[in-house]
Design a protein around this ligand. Structure first.
Ligand code: ADP
Ligand code: MG
Length: 695
């Protein structure tokens, strides 16, 4: 058997390969571009392209593609082969620097939210040399950013890179104030934990809802769900274990640091976590991971469901965005230090995150908003749509002591004057691990838990980085002017805690009492995509995002539009699928069962003198449910028609929230009840117990 250390990264054009295949001059020049963003000379690009092509061909590749992340949320690719005709009628394999650096996909069918006028349908893709090229399925993949010809971002990578730069810029200013002049850049890193479901492919095929929408739109509760809590961390079934082993191998070949795998809470639910990486690479890798998860599942006769809520009544799937910021010299700025001095710096960064999360609650909420994730946020297993920060008791007590000028600490009970020599040490580990908090401090990083399993992690990190950069900028502005740095620092941290402590909550986020308490504190509770998405256009958000150079105003408007459109379209497809399944499958099946049962009454009565109470009651109940389903379907059909008449996307999204989703719930309720009364052999597709326990 091949060794992991040997095949890890074997499909990646990484440092090792660059060093081996490029001349020293070209390698150094490319490194400068990767590390410092210096523009790339065309002669260097040509040399890199030639080396990449030779390496790729040796690995069996015939094509290359500019791989990008349009606003659809999934990745896009168009494959071109390396072939070029030779004079003798044969072909040679070519790939130029120009082809490496820039591509021009016909971009007119990607969502642009009005950014790209139809007369200028072209967009271009530009190589992102900070993310390694790789080979997948016989094609050389080149990670790229996607822009319009006028330079507006049409993807999620460009703003992510911009947000990382903004954060770095402001964090460096703050570090300078602490006397740190050697730091050249500050990076943010992310380790995204990815949840998913596996179901049997043959069963999946029989369910139009799963095939069309990724989630079940019908399905009565199975006799057993997750109440026994026997699946979480349970021993992994052979078929699943084989899938996971295969998945690890494919990911490792692509240089993805897949590290942890286990069963999750719901039956058929699992998790995969990689080791954290710089955010833009983590984002690329997470997109790739989701793709590979689906592909590998096919080979095993399985389907990997990445929808946030594939099954009603059991947990949905999320993605935990473990986020930290650190210097290029290797210091994690969210790690409490060894000395009081370092701790003062830590507390300032902590205060910045607290303020950023409080002031931009809406931006964080909307960064994870999709029709799918709306089903999860606020349901029992996921953080609520209310954002709060968990800090743990120890840190919270320290902040309270600073705020109130009261003593803190065990025996010595020192006053928390935040100078640099008095601040006591505190322990790194917050032992208390709160699983219900949407934004939890976990010792040296924050875990943002509201992301849906199918979300790109880019949006959440764009907004998070932007918000923190904005606060750090304000902090730096204030502290740079101060005559006495230490007192100014103390006052700033104290004031920040006072003003923003409402966002800190260490209790149970799933408790209804918390929702009421959060409302009293004035925290926002934006339940649906229709509620939160328009907030991206609020003045304070536009000001922050444009000032930090992350989006232009036009880009913000377009994103709002695209995300709302996406919400409306997703739900609309679900509604159409429900109508189809109800009319063509469920109602006919239940009706057939009812009439067969009714016929049985006639037969029975001809042989014995019975009232046939069971059959009679059943037929009457089924008939009633059939009528209810028919009425609910008719209503839903009308709603689908009404939606077509609404023109602007905001009104459409509100209509979807207020009319379409409730109508769908009504139809489902009737159908699910009918399912519990219908003999299995009549039911047209696999039920929940078969899907959840069928692998
Ligand atoms: P848990 O399920 O207990 O939260 P996991 O081990 O499943 O923990 O996931 C934790 C994730 O956090 C991993 O992806 C890990 O690499 C990542 N992580 C650890 N340290 C950091 C850090 N400093 N910055 C960002 N992510 C981190
Ligand atoms: Mg985990």
């Amino acid at each position: 058997m091949e060794k992991v250390t040997e095949y890890f990264g074997s499909m990646v054009f990484d440092e090792r390969i660059m060093k081996a295949t490029l001349s020293e001059k070209v390698y150094k020049s490319l490194k400068r571009t990767i590390d410092r963003g210096t523009p790339l000379d065309i002669s260097v690009a040509n040399a890199v392209a030639a080396a990449m092509k030779d390496w790729a061909i040796e690995k069996g590749a015939t094509h290359y593609t500019h791989w990008f992340q349009p606003m659809t949320g999934v990745t896009a690719e168009k494959h071109d082969s390396f072939i070029t005709p030779a004079p003798d009628g044969r072909v040679i394999m070519e790939f130029s620097g120009k082809e490496l650096v820039k591509g021009e996909p016909d971009a007119s069918s990607f969502p642009s939210g009005g950014l790209r006028a139809t007369f200028e349908a072209r967009g271009y893709t530009a190589w992102d040399p900070t993310s390694y090229a790789f080979i997948k399925d016989g094609t050389l993949y080149i990670p790229t950013a996607f822009c319009s010809y006028t330079g507006e971002a049409l993807d999620k990578k460009v703003p992510l890179l911009r947000s990382m730069e903004a954060l770095s810029r402001q964090a460096i200013r703050v570090l300078k104030l602490f006397g740190n002049d050697t730091v050249r850049s500050v990076r943010c890193s992310v380790g995204p934990e990815q949840e998913y479901f596996l179901v049997d492919r043959e069963m999946w095929k029989k369910r139009k809802d799963l095939v069309m929408t990724g989630r079940t739109l019908f399905g009565a509760k199975p006799p057993k769900g997750q109440e026994m809590e026997d699946h979480y961390f349970g021993s992994i079934k052979t078929r699943v274990a084989e899938y996971m082993a295969d998945l690890d191998k494919e990911l490792w070949k692509l240089g993805i640091l897949a590290k942890t795998k286990h069963n999750e809470v719901a039956p058929a639910q699992h998790e995969l976590a990689p080791i954290y990486k710089t955010t833009n690479i983590a984002a690329d890798h997470n997109q790739l991971t989701m793709e590979v998860m689906k592909k590998v599942a096919e080979k095993h006769g399985l389907v990997c469901l990445l929808h946030e809520k594939p099954f009603e009544g059991v947990n949905g799937s999320g993605k935990h965005n473990n986020w930290s910021i650190s210097t290029d010299t290797g210091i994690n700025l969210l790690s409490p230090g060894e000395t009081p001095y370092e701790n003062a710096q830590f507390l300032l960064f902590l205060a910045a995150v607290i303020k950023a999360v409080d002031e931009y609650q809406d931006l964080l909420r909307l960064s994870v908003a999709t029709a799918g994730n709306d089903h999860r946020l606020g349901a029992n297993e996921a953080p609520p749509a209310v954002i709060s920060i968990f800090l743990g008791d120890e840190l919270t007590e320290i902040l309270e002591a600073i705020e109130n000028d009261t003593p803190y600490g065990g025996a010595t009970k020192e006053k928390m004057k935040l100078g640099v020599d008095v601040l006591p040490q505190f322990s790194k580990d917050t032992t208390d691990r709160n699983r219900t908090s949407p934004f939890a401090f976990t010792g040296n990083k924050f875990e943002f838990r509201m992301l849906g399993s199918s979300n790109s992690i880019s949006c959440a990190n764009i907004h998070l980085n932007g918000a923190v950069a904005e606060v750090l900028e304000k902090f730096a502005d204030e502290l740079e002017k101060a005559s006495d740095f230490e007192s100014a620092l103390h006052e700033l941290i104290k004031r920040t805690i006072k003003e923003h402590k409402r966002i800190i909550f260490n209790g149970n986020g799933y408790d209804d009492k918390w929702i009421a308490e959060a409302e009293k504190r004035g925290l926002s509770n934006l339940k649906t995509t229709a509620d939160c998405m328009p907030k991206i256009c609020d003045k304070k958000n536009v000001e922050m995002l444009t000032r930090q150079g992350i989006f232009t105003e036009a880009e913000i408007q377009s994103r709002c539009e695209i995300m709302l459109e996406n919400y409306v379209k997703s739900v609309n497809i679900e509604a159409a699928t429900m109508i189809d399944m109800a009319r063509k499958e469920i109602i006919p099946a239940v009706s057939k069962f009812a009439s067969d049962t009714a016929s049985a009454v006639a037969v029975k009565k001809s042989v014995c003198d019975s009232a046939c109470r069971y059959e009679t009651r059943l037929v009457s109940e089924l008939t009633d449910l059939i009528d209810q389903m028919d009425e609910a379907t008719t209503r839903l059909e009308a709603v689908v028609e009404e939606l077509k008449k609404i023109e602007d996307v905001r009104s459409q999204s509100e209509f979807v929230r207020d009319e379409m989703l409730p109508s769908m719930d009504k139809l489902r309720a009737a159908a699910d009840e009918a399912e519990t009364k219908t003999a299995s052999e009549y039911y047209p597709f696999p039920a929940y117990d078969e899907l959840l326990f069928g692998v």
